[in-house]
Design a binder for this molecule. Structure first.
Ligand code: 1HE
Length: 264
């Protein structure tokens, strides 16, 4: 499936989902969100891991400001019925859906682009990447889950600085603030994302689901409630694969863990 604004490719257990509106720097309008929703749902059905990336020179310039202007100028009618914000719904399906997502970031990762990136579980930047929240300069506010998701990643102090002063962070600064966990040379983010996605795809889907769905929810709970939910989780039925994996280790057939200093 490849639509106008979002490309989709299945490579074994990995679904590659690419923002494909390079002439507008992959700015997100409602059509992009609709195509992204379809791609993310499809990936959840047929892949074990998803990779988000952007075509062209930038990952994503955030909200389509032309569409935002039409709304701000009262040219679009308010909805008769209220429903869940489309960005929240789609980004939450990425963050808390059936499969983990890896994001390959380059160029501008700003506003809604950063909100989308932080919905992914593992984030890689190449050296061209920069991060920003220019909502203050545009007279708007984050609305794609950033108040919750970006704030939890970088903390209030960093987010307030980015929003109030318009400060842009380099790839290295993004790594320092936990926006990304890997920085690679320019042009190599997607290759690294595919490599890590292949590693993640080797975990059982059940464990991946617990990592992406249970861990962040427990993070929102009190100490006591967190331990209680962890206890309930440990009593949840496990797939047959779990016993196979444990047997592999007990019978000496599992691959040994290699400490970082000893990798060849
Ligand atoms: C756009 C958008 C956009 C580019 N909406 N059309 N986001 C921003 O405030 C970022 C705005 N964009 C930029 O600052 C720059 O475009 C970039 C730094 C990302 C890239 O610069 P550059 O020199 O490569 O491209 P450009 O020449 O600025 O833009 C190329 C075209 O893309 C141009 O259109 P053209 O018809 O004149 O060719 C731009 O108008 C268009 N374009 N970005 C619409 N964002 C749910 S709340 C989330 C709130 C936010 O996301 S706020 C952040 C908004």
């Amino acid at each position: 499936m490849s639509t106008d604004f979002v490309t989709y490719e299945l490579d074994g257990p990995i679904a590659l989902i690419g923002l494909n509106r390079p002439d507008k720097r992959n700015a997100i309008n409602e059509a992009v969100i609709d195509e992204l929703r379809a791609a993310v749902h499809r990936a959840g059905e047929e892949a074990d891991v998803g990779v988000l990336h952007g075509h062209g020179k930038h990952f994503c310039a955030g909200l389509d400001l032309g569409e935002a202007l039409a709304r701000a100028a009262g040219q679009t009618k308010p909805p008769r019925k209220r429903k869940r914000h489309s960005w929240h719904e789609v980004f939450d399906t990425i963050a808390r859906g059936p499969i983990p997502f890896v994001a390959a970031l380059h160029g501008a990762v700003v506003g809604g682009g950063l909100e989308l990136a932080t919905a992914a579980h593992v984030r890689i930047a190449d050296e061209s990447a920069f991060f920003g929240l220019p909502e203050g300069q545009r007279g708007i506010f984050v609305g794609g889950g950033g108040t919750v998701r970006i704030q939890r990643v970088v903390g209030y102090t960093v987010m307030a600085d980015m929003m109030l002063t318009g400060r842009l962070l380099s790839a290295a600064e993004g790594e320092r603030e936990h926006i990304v966990r890997y920085v690679v040379p320019t042009g190599q983010a997607l290759a690294k994302a595919r490599e890590l996605a292949a590693v993640i795809a080797k975990n059982t889907p059940d464990t991946n689901w617990r990592i992406t769905n249970l861990l962040p929810r427990i993070n929102d709970l009190s100490h006591d409630d967190g331990l209680f939910v962890e206890y309930l989780n440990s009593n949840m039925q496990r797939p047959p694969e779990t016993a196979e994996r444990l047997r592999e280790f007990v019978e000496g057939r599992a691959k040994p863990l290699v400490a970082p200093g000893n990798r060849s």
